[in-house]
Design a binder for this molecule. Structure first.
Ligand SMILES: *Cc1c(COP(=O)(O)O)cnc(C)c1O
Length: 361
């Protein structure tokens, strides 16, 4: 660290993203990317930019109106109810800036997306967590109990990462309804793979903000596009913060490609169904082979094998050319997170992991 580093720069503890290795070809099951390409309509957008590269000299629309119209149409909302950003990571960071501060601690779970405490630290927001139950489910009463009648905002990944488990719409609606002074930020990065979305509740609750991304179900992690959906007042708050930071967070290409993807929901649905069916098949085979596997509603499996450390599973799979994700946090260090890839990739994964646990007996 330089002697010039600010207090903010000194304080923060950066998030470590999953590896993007370049040195050899792995079967890459470590960052929850979609194994299938994006909608063919995105290719048409690339063609348009190729034909008129001079359009690149212009700044993009700072309000991303036509993209927000396409998102709104998709979710039966109004464009004023949509905020877009450079990936949902950025959208969530803006949510933290807009709705939490040193007087309003954020409440979340002890095991969840590990970027939340990183943003909290960066922005000097106190961050409180409640523990998952032994079976990794969320106890909503403990969660709302932790609010203690204060107006603290809540951030929840649903389905949760890295467990893959989801609360139902009914469970979340009860909390949102009974705690009107608390803003509930629901991170639905994985919702398209099988869980219930909270979007249909937006009309009824001014204290609900739903965040989604094009990175997973729409297979567009590279273009960096995420969005928040909620009543107009919340979206206005996000825009005030964003426009005090960077007018152009979403590139012209991303706006167009995102719109094309939004206009092809049939394709998204087909890909997600395919991934969910591979997931359920692999889950069954893992259980048959003696693994503990959560009932994931995401595009990843959260697994462990009694008597073998998560780090060893990760390392041995890596040596065999299969990359998965391992976390070092005590409570979850014996698990690995395995992204659901193509059926062929998952067959290789199954063959290798069965050989690893078989050899250890
Ligand atoms: C992947 C992920 C995100 C971030 O996605 P972006 O690529 O930044 O849109 C947000 N939340 C969770 C829980 C995720 O797993």
């Amino acid at each position: 660290m330089s002697e010039f580093a600010s207090r903010m720069a000194r304080r923060c503890k950066p998030y470590t993203p999953g590896e993007q290795p370049r040195e050899r070809k792995y079967i890459k099951l470590n960052t929850n990317e979609n194994p299938y390409g994006p909608s063919p309509r995105v290719k048409e957008v690339i063609g348009r930019f190729e034909q008129s590269p001079e359009s690149l000299r212009l700044y993009p629309d700072p309000t991303a109106l036509s993209l927000r119209e396409a998102i709104a149409e998709n979710y039966q909302l109004r464009p004023e109810e949509i905020f877009v950003g450079n990936g949902s990571d950025e959208v969530l960071a803006f949510c933290f800036m807009a709705f939490a501060d040193d007087k309003t601690p954020l409440v979340s779970l002890d095991i969840t997306y590990s970027f939340y405490p990183v943003w909290a630290e960066l922005m000097d927001i106190p961050y409180r967590t409640i523990p998952l139950r032994e079976d990794l489910t969320v106890d909503t009463e403990t969660l709302t109990g932790a609010l203690g009648g204060n107006n603290y905002p809540v951030v929840l990944a649903n389905p949760n990462a890295p467990t893959g488990l989801a609360l139902t719409r009914y469970q979340i609606e009860q909390m949102v309804k009974e705690h009107p002074r608390n803003l509930f930020i629901i991170d639905e990065a994985y919702v398209d793979f099988g869980a219930e979305s909270m979007v249909p509740l937006i009309d009824s609750y001014p204290n609900l903000l739903v965040v989604q991304t094009c990175s997973k179900s729409r297979s567009l992690a590279s273009i960096r596009l995420g969005y928040a959906m909620g009543q107009k007042e919340l979206i206005d708050d996000l825009n005030r913060v964003k426009n005090s930071f960077n007018s152009y967070t979403v590139s012209a290409f991303t706006q167009e490609a995102g719109r094309a993807a939004m206009e092809d929901e049939a394709y998204t649905r087909k890909c997600c169904e395919r991934i969910a069916s591979t997931r359920d098949r692999v889950k069954k085979e893992l259980i048959d082979a003696g693994f503990d596997v959560t009932d994931s509603q995401s595009n990843f499996l959260w697994i462990c094998y009694s008597g073998i450390r998560g780090e060893d599973l990760y390392e041995k799979l890596r040596q065999r050319g299969v990359l998965v994700r391992h976390f070092t946090q005590g409570k979850i260090c014996d698990h690995i997170r395995v992204t659901v890839g193509t059926d062929e990739d998952m067959d290789v994964f199954l063959q290798e992991i069965k050989a690893i646990v078989g050899g250890s007996l």
